[in-house]
Design a protein around this ligand. Structure first.
Ligand code: PEP
Length: 242
């Protein structure tokens, strides 16, 4: 099973969300497809998606409800039809000043309510340059999972320097990052089966297959290309090819 998750980021209107969803066919056999619209477009997307494409959220609150103005909780996301939430996306880490402690609380909020977290980790360009990629990935995973018993989880290896830049990782970079992430999850959860690990960062139809064929990824987290129906459909179709 390959997994494709589309992250629309802060893009789209009701009409655009409906048009984009209506242009998506049901996923090919063996491919699990989820789209993550902005929160205010979840209901518009829900009404327009074809059967088989699931809804996700781009973030989730650490709290379950109450006097927390602006927060959107895991129960609310489930009520809106979401099955998963991205947690720790680098844009949240950098623009929302989220640290691993907060990200860990968000994972636990997902687990309390049965929402699947997709934990995003990745090194910056400076960390890549100074040779600390492996240590950064292992530390991010280790800090977030510390003390948590095994629970449903997808991982996403998202090199920060590759996100939205058009400069994707090589399949070799991908394979190495995913191996480090898998080892870090296995260290935190020694008795648990391996968790799916996606690659994200400037994925498009011409490069996607290399990430699962040579890069060891179980699928892709797709940002910019998920806003282009033809490109997103092509990526999903390629994920279904043997
Ligand atoms: C992302 O938003 O997680 C992402 C990988 O974006 P892009 O595909 O545009 O690099």
């Amino acid at each position: 099973m390959r997994r494709i998750v589309g992250n629309w980021k802060a893009n789209g209107s009701t009409a655009q969300a409906q048009a984009l969803c209506a242009a998506l066919p049901a996923p090919p056999a063996g491919v699990d497809v989820t789209v993550c619209p902005p929160l205010c477009l979840l209901w518009a997307a829900r009404g327009s998606l074809p059967p088989g494409i699931r809804l996700g959220a781009q973030d989730v609150s650490r709290v379950d409800g109450g006097a927390f103005t602006g927060e959107v909780t895991a129960p609310m996301l489930l009520d809106a039809g979401c099955v998963l939430a991205l947690v720790g996306h680098s844009e949240r880490r950098q623009q929302g000043a989220e640290d691993d402690a907060l990200i860990g609380l968000k994972l636990r909020a997902c687990w309390r309510h049965g929402l699947l977290p997709v934990l995003c980790v990745g090194e910056t360009a400076a960390q890549r340059r100074d040779g600390s990629t492996d240590a950064v990935l292992a530390a991010q995973v280790g800090r977030v999972l510390a003390g948590a018993p095994p629970a449903p989880l997808w991982m996403a290896y998202e090199p920060v320097w590759a996100i939205g830049t058009g400069q994707a990782a090589t399949p070799e970079d991908c394979a190495r990052g995913i191996a480090v992430i898998r080892a870090a999850v296995a260290e935190a959860w020694p008795a648990a089966p391996p968790v799916p690990c996606l690659y994200g960062g400037s994925v498009h139809p011409a490069n996607c297959a290399a990430f699962w064929r040579e890069g060891g990824a179980d699928g892709a987290l797709v940002g910019g290309a998920s806003l282009d129906a033809a490109a997103f459909v092509a990526i999903c179709r390629l994920a279904g090819d043997a």
